[in-house]
Design a protein around this ligand. Structure first.
Ligand code: ADP
Ligand code: ZN
Ligand code: ZN
Length: 731
């Protein structure tokens, strides 16, 4: 029987397209069970796509005769519901991003393709005929007889039980073929667990940790600011324990690179519960399985990188974002969301606590503490009597250098090696040298696709563009004057490795960067070797700065952070300070005292001195003061419209059109359009238009108006354009 009113009921569906709208469809026969969050298959132009039902409306949005019917209802239960559903809707509106693409980010690829959302947990079940059949009738097929006997005793047998009992497929097929047994899907029951703790590893929280643990209770956002080695993880673990004891689940977000087996092990060593890990290295099936286990409550702890913030949980109790300042939480293309900010919003909607942790919190988060939006908790000392590392500046001005090293630094390195210690040399640039230069005519090797120089890679005998990946053979003659006088200028990890090997021939030198760790497991192998506590030298990029534990490193040398002091990006000072402390924090983490030496042209910079003398909190408050004086975030809000096009000027013209149209209102300032420092990148010319306002509300309204202008612009077909709300990278 047709439902009353079914004629005028339309389905609003989020379809995975880059269009900022939902689409209306007609229902098909039986949709009485259809709920928002269920997948439906819909015709879309000539394609067939899987969309997500947003809701129902009674008014057609367009000509009613043009509204098509859905093809199929995929789910009988929503795959995304409650808080997560609301969270996606919120994120779509906050980031001005098409709702269909937001859902695509939020759900695993296989669900986008239509896979079932629940694991088919197949059990072999006795049929009515099987119940009545005497086992003796199978005397001539002993394996079938044995299986029937078992089934008559247990009624159903799961796959694992069948395997454990040594029952093979032919016997099963024979019984199902005779109609004595059949496969049935069974709802999976959450695994019951009795004890949460596996082992405390003899750790008893110290007084500071104890007070941090007890100040985290009511559902709100906490910022745990603890220097490296102060035992933040122990605070997380204790709070997680409380939550698990109550039978609830925990989601822990870590930066892309921080998710090492070491991190995972700290959780599995502590807890006797199911821990799922979600990161970019999983296969689609692994990801789906982790998603299912979180959704049905059978995984108690989920550790994941950025997009894991959307993992459904049956019964969430706590969210943790470790290294909350890390830029990898911000997606830098497509749907440009901040997983940290979405986690905070999710915590509010779920009414559960959120812990943001860092040794070097972002200025946004510190400012939110000042505003009392977040609660600040500090751990100012290292645990277990380990001393805080000491910092020393080496002034590079007017100094002779040996391949980038001052004599003082080389002496300091020698002292550590001779005392049996390890030293870590940080240089945030891979390759041999960032510039290949002709000393006869001043020609420099540049990339044809970017406004950038080619990096000289000696180990691979190639020139490489680090922005677009272009690789060219190493040339020995100048492209302009054919001279042979080509010189590599500047430092990269390979050059530092080579220099150190020749100065300290008796000690192993290991280079750790994206090139040397490309092969799976190579970083792990290296970390194991490091654990042997032999004196050695480590040369590396940012990879070294994040989360790893180097117990025998007593000296960290930072070779080149100076660009941080004169970059056009107003965030570069904050980032540089964070990097110095994060890298420096690798030194002296156990019984040995640690030392950090920074070589710089800026040794008299007050802000650098403040950082190393007074610590991150004073450093951050000075920068916050500057930001306030200059009315920069977090004292105002930013949104960028970026555009790019293969032809010069088109992106700029497009943004000029948008800037011209009706004004954004006087509380929103429009800056630009301007070309970023590197105008051409990957063969595209880029331009950007910045919106700035003290009022988030006004900012969003202005952006929404300009998006409509952009969508109507004649040039919109000739450019690729995108919205970046709260951009972290302005140049
Ligand atoms: P953070 O994350 O703040 O850098 P970690 O949580 O990694 O610090 O702790 C640093 C080291 O100190 C780890 O090896 C950890 O096991 C140990 N640790 C933490 N808390 C204590 C404690 N209360 N007593 C002894 N050791 C501790
Ligand atoms: Zn030349
Ligand atoms: Zn390039």
């Amino acid at each position: 029987m047709p439902k009353p009113n079914s004629q005028s009921k339309f389905l609003d569906v989020a379809v995975p397209t880059p269009l900022r709208q939902s689409f209306q469809y007609r229902s098909i026969n039986d949709d009485s069970a259809l709920k928002p969050g269920c997948r439906v298959r819909v015709p879309f132009g000539k394609q067939r796509l899987n969309g997500i039902l947003l809701g129902f409306s009674h008014q057609p949005a367009t000509d009613e005769s043009k509204i098509r019917s859905i093809l199929e209802i995929i789910d009988d239960q929503p795959i995304i519901s409650g808080v997560l559903f609301k969270l996606c809707i919120w994120a779509s509106s906050y980031y001005h991003h098409p709702i269909g693409e937001v859902f695509s980010t939020a759900i695993p690829a296989l669900l986008r393709k239509g896979h079932p959302s629940k694991a088919a947990n197949l059990c072999l079940t006795l049929t009515k005929a099987g119940q009545k059949t005497p086992c003796g009738s199978l005397n001539r097929a002993p394996r079938q007889k044995e299986l029937l006997q078992r089934l008559q005793q247990k009624i159903t047998l799961g796959k694992e039980e069948l395997i454990a009992a040594g029952i093979k497929t032919p016997a099963i097929n024979a019984l199902t073929g005779k109609g004595l047994a059949e496969w049935q899907e069974q709802a999976r029951k959450p695994v019951e667990f009795k004890t949460v703790i596996r082992d405390y590893q003899n750790i008893t929280p110290n007084q500071e940790q104890q007070s941090a643990i007890s100040s985290i209770s009511s559902p709100r956002t906490y910022l745990l600011h603890g220097i490296t080695g102060s035992g933040k993880t122990e605070v997380y673990l204790r709070k997680i324990e409380d939550v698990l004891e109550k039978g609830k689940q925990v989601l822990v977000l870590v930066p892309e690179i921080g998710l090492t087996p070491q991190t995972l092990r700290r959780f599995t060593d502590r807890f006797a519960v199911t821990v799922e890990v979600i990161h970019s290295g999983l296969t689609d099936l692994e990801r789906l399985s982790a998603w299912r286990n979180a959704a049905d409550g059978s995984a108690q702890v989920v550790i994941g990188t950025r997009s894991a913030v959307f993992t459904p949980m049956l019964n969430p109790g706590l969210l943790v974002v470790d290294e909350e300042h890390d830029s990898s939480f911000k997606q830098q293309d497509g749907f440009r969301y901040s997983a940290r900010d979405i986690a905070v919003m999710r915590g509010q909607l779920e009414k559960i606590p959120v812990i943001l942790g860092s040794a070097t919190p972002s200025l946004e988060s510190l400012y939110n503490c000042k505003l009392d939006k977040y609660k600040l908790i500090t751990l100012p000392e290292r645990t277990g009597g380990a001393k805080n590392e000491t910092y020393q500046l080496i002034n590079l001005r007017h100094k002779e250098l040996n391949n980038g090293f001052s004599d003082e630094l080389l002496t300091a390195i020698r002292t550590e090696l001779d005392s049996g210690n390890q030293a870590l040399i940080f240089i945030n640039r891979r390759g041999f040298a960032p510039v290949l230069y002709c000393s006869d005519c001043q020609w420099i090797a540049t990339c044809h696709h970017c406004d950038a120089r080619m990096t000289y890679h000696l180990a691979e005998r190639k020139l490489m563009c680090h922005h677009c990946g272009t690789i060219t053979p190493l040339t020995t003659t100048c492209a302009q004057c054919q001279s042979q006088q080509l010189v590599p200028l500047g430092l990269g990890t390979q050059r530092v490795e080579e220099t150190l090997s020749s100065i300290f021939p008796g000690y192993p030198v290991h280079r750790i960067d994206r090139d040397s760790t490309r092969r799976k497991g190579s970083l792990q192998k290296f970390l194991t070797e490091l654990g042997t506590a032999q004196p050695m030298l480590l040369v590396g990029t940012q990879i070294l700065a994040k989360g790893h534990h180097f117990p025998d490193v007593t000296l960290v040398a930072i070779l080149d952070i100076d660009t941080g002091f004169y970059s056009a990006d107003y965030r570069s000072l904050e980032k540089t300070g964070q990097l110095i402390l994060q890298v420096g924090g690798r030194s002296g983490r156990e019984s040995k005292a640690g030392k950090v030496i920074i070589q710089t042209q800026f040794s008299d910079q007050p802000i650098l001195r403040q950082l190393i003398k007074e610590g991150y909190t004073s450093f951050a408050s000075t920068i916050l003061g500057d930001r306030q004086a200059n009315q920069l975030p977090p004292f105002c809000f930013h949104c960028l419209i970026r555009a790019e096009s293969p032809q010069k000027k088109i992106a700029m013209d497009f943004l000029e059109d948008i800037a011209r149209g009706s004004g954004p209102g006087n509380s929103v300032e429009l800056l630009g359009p301007v070309a970023p420092t590197m105008e051409k990148r990957k063969g595209k010319y880029r331009a950007q238009l910045l919106f700035s306002s003290q009022s988030r509300n006004m900012l969003h309204k202005a952006v929404a108006v300009k998006i409509l202008v952009a969508e109507k612009s004649k040039l919109s077909k000739r450019v690729r354009w995108s919205i970046d709300v709260d951009p972290i990278d302005l140049f």
